[in-house]
Structures are given as C-alpha cells and as structure tokens.
Design a binder for this molecule. Structure first.
Ligand code: SF4
Length: 381
C-alpha cells in the first residue's frame, strides 16, 4: 500500500548526537515549503505511470525530520493541500508526525488533530534531566511528561515515544525507571535506540575533547537486555529490533520499509524506492530549493542489482519478528541464492542464534544482540 514520507529539515536546537539532515536556521522555511509543494506535484506519477486521473490512496503519510512539529498550522496546511490535490487519504490512513515535547501544547495538538494527524511520534529520549543535558535536548522532563498527557487528553491514542539507552549518565536503575514510566503512561508503542557516536557530530567532538563521558557498548548491551525483559513483561511485542508495540499499534509506515514495499520520500535527504530502484534527494536544503525551482528533481538514482536487492531484503527482514522468508528468496532470487543463505544459516541455527519457523529465518533472543553481524554473514555476493 502506498506511503509518503515528507522530510522537514528544521530544528530549534542541535542535539549533539544527531547526524540527520536539519538546520537550526529558519530562514529557508518559506522557500522550502514552496519547493516541497512543487516536488509533490512533479513526482505525482511515482506510483503510477498511467494517464488516468484517479487519485492514489495513501495508506500511510509520515512527517519526519528534523522537527516537523516546528511548523505552524498554516505551513502544515499548505503541505496537506498540496498532498490532497494528488493523493487520497482518510482517517483509515496512518498519518504520523514526529514531534518534540516542547512543541506539544494543548493548542498545537488540537491543531494537528484537526489536520487529520492521528499518530504522534514524540522524541522523549529520557525522563531524566541529566540525560537530556548530556544529549543537548531542548525540552525538560516536565515538558516530556506533559506532552504525553496532553496528547492522550486530546484523544490521540496512537502514540509512540523514542527512548535512548546507553547514555553514560543513564544508570541501569534509571533506565528501568524510564521504561516503567513509559508503561505507566500507557503508551502503546516505543522505539528505542542505543546512543551512537557518529563522526563529526558535537558528541564525537566533546568526547574526544574529554568534555563528555564516552559511550560504552557494554552499557548499551546490558540496557538492551533489561529492555527486552521489561517489554516482554509488559506485553509489548518486539516486532523490529528497535521497535516494540502493543497489538494493533505497529508502525504501518515503517513496516513498508522493512517488507520491501515501494515508498516515496520528499524533501531534502529523503529516500524513495520502487521496482528495484532507489532514489535519494540531496542533503542540502538550499540546493534542494534551487534545483526544484529549476524544475529539476534534486535526486540521484541507483538501480539495485539482484544481489543488492536480496541483501537489502535480508538486512531489513531479519530485524523483524517475522524474519527472512526463504520461500520469497527462492521465488524471487532463485535456487542458488536460496541454497547459499540456507547453508550459511545452519551454524546460527545450531548455535541458537536463529530459528527456522515455516521456512522463515527468525532471530532468537540471543541472536537479537548480534542482528547486524548475522545479517551481514547471510549476505550473498
Ligand atoms: S530534534 Fe531530532 S532531528 Fe533535530 S537535532 Fe535533535 S535529534 Fe536531530
């Protein structure tokens, strides 16, 4: 089912671990919005090359960033008007907006809801001030707590929160308290990532200058284990390596990425995929704007070889609770590829890191700690 991703490349403050494409300067916002509206029109035939005028129904619409909640209601409305001139969507569509807690006032939530946004992804990260300061997050703990309460109060039940573990200031006891707090609030979905030090980020710089404590893989591994245990106890399904949901609340948008369905991404740095072709827009908002103004899509394209397609499928599917479908591999990529993957998987099955269920290779609890390494070893060349 078609999905649309819109990248909003603006933030109020730079979190020091972040390597996404964003700018804290807001000067390009009006020009960015005009360019985005234009890009929505230019790419209108992405899902269909037919000349009929019927609109494609969007199963999912996702505003990511950056900080999409930074946009005013008028700015968001402009984008919705442009989208609805090309696509159909309704209250059955999953319409997600990533939001920072400091933006989620009662008025703002009501405005977002009036636009049809029915899922909010809130960047909580931690319920402890020390962790928020370590990461240079803009919001406070009380804003984090209020944002969740306000969203529920407004009647939006499809909430996901982001939590980060492996922060040097986050003890195991505090990590447990973070998770318990999320459970007490009743959020039905949690995305959780280990803090990673990406090159050229302020975090990388401050750690090298010994101004911030270094990040430890051991701490992250212990906290991942704590998380798996507590999520299970609280009836969250671990449906993707970094995502946990109550039944009925899995992210439909992200599932399309993980199951190899086509998707269209608009805005600077956004990625798209269709029929073995991957596209990515330039990660530079000014260049994005001027290219669109010249009626040129600011993107590069790569046609994936069959080997790249199978490896991409392995990488994404093995991270999900449904695993990697060996029948699909046999049907779509042939017997030789299937046999090679099956042979490589044998040692992991013997070691208890993978299990085979109905011809799907699925990570065991032990295997989840080594997901990326196992996927890489299953790759074919
Ligand atoms: S708010 Fe999100 S996108 Fe913006 S700097 Fe922080 S982590 Fe990055």
């Amino acid at each position: 089912m078609p999905g649309l991703y819109i990248h909003i490349p603006f933030c109020r403050q730079a979190c020091n671990y972040c390597n996404f494409h964003f700018s804290v300067s807001q000067k390009n916002r009006p020009d960015f919005l005009s360019a985005l509206v234009k890009e929505i029109n230019i790419t209108k035939d992405f899902y269909t090359s037919s000349k009929n005028n019927s609109k494609i129904f969007l199963d999912t619409l996702y505003f990511g960033g950056g900080t999409p909640s930074i946009l005013s209601i008028n700015e968001l409305e402009q984008i919705f008007v442009a989208i609805s001139s090309i696509y159909d969507f309704n209250d059955k569509s999953e319409i997600t907006l990533e939001a920072n807690p400091d933006d989620l006032t009662i008025t703002k939530i009501a405005e977002l809801k009036s636009l049809g946004i029915n899922r909010l992804s809130i960047g909580i990260q931690s319920f402890f001030e020390e962790d928020l300061m370590y990461m240079n997050r803009l919001h406070s703990v009380s804003q984090a707590e209020d944002s969740i309460k306000n969203v529920f109060k407004a009647g939006i039940e499809n909430i996901t929160i982001d939590l980060i573990y492996g922060i040097p200031t986050l003890t195991n006891e505090r990590w447990t308290r973070n998770l318990k707090k999320a459970f007490e609030f009743g959020v039905p979905h949690i995305s959780s990532y280990a803090l990673t030090v990406e090159e050229k980020t302020p975090l990388d710089f401050f750690i090298k200058k010994e101004k911030l404590q270094p990040v430890s893989d051991e701490l992250a591994a212990i906290q991942f284990e704590i998380m798996l245990e507590l999520m299970e106890k609280n009836n969250f399904q671990h449906y993707e390596i970094s995502n946990f949901g109550k039944s009925g609340f899995f992210s439909r948008h992200n599932l399309s990425y993980w199951t190899g369905l086509p998707y269209l991404g608009l805005g600077p740095a956004a990625h798209s995929y269709i029929k073995g072709k991957r596209f990515w827009n330039i990660s530079n908002t000014s260049k994005y704007i001027s290219s669109i103004n010249d009626n040129k899509l600011p993107r590069e394209c790569e046609e994936l070889s069959l080997i790249q397609q199978v490896n991409e499928y392995i990488m994404t599917s093995i991270r999900t609770m449904w695993g990697c479908d060996l029948f699909k591999i046999k049907n779509e990529f042939g017997d030789i590829v299937f046999q090679k993957i099956e042979k490589t998987s044998e040692k992991y099955i013997r070691n208890g890191l993978l299990m085979k269920e109905n011809n799907n290779l699925i990570l065991t609890k032990k295997g989840k700690f080594l997901a990326d390494g196992i996927a890489a070893d299953l790759f074919v060349d």
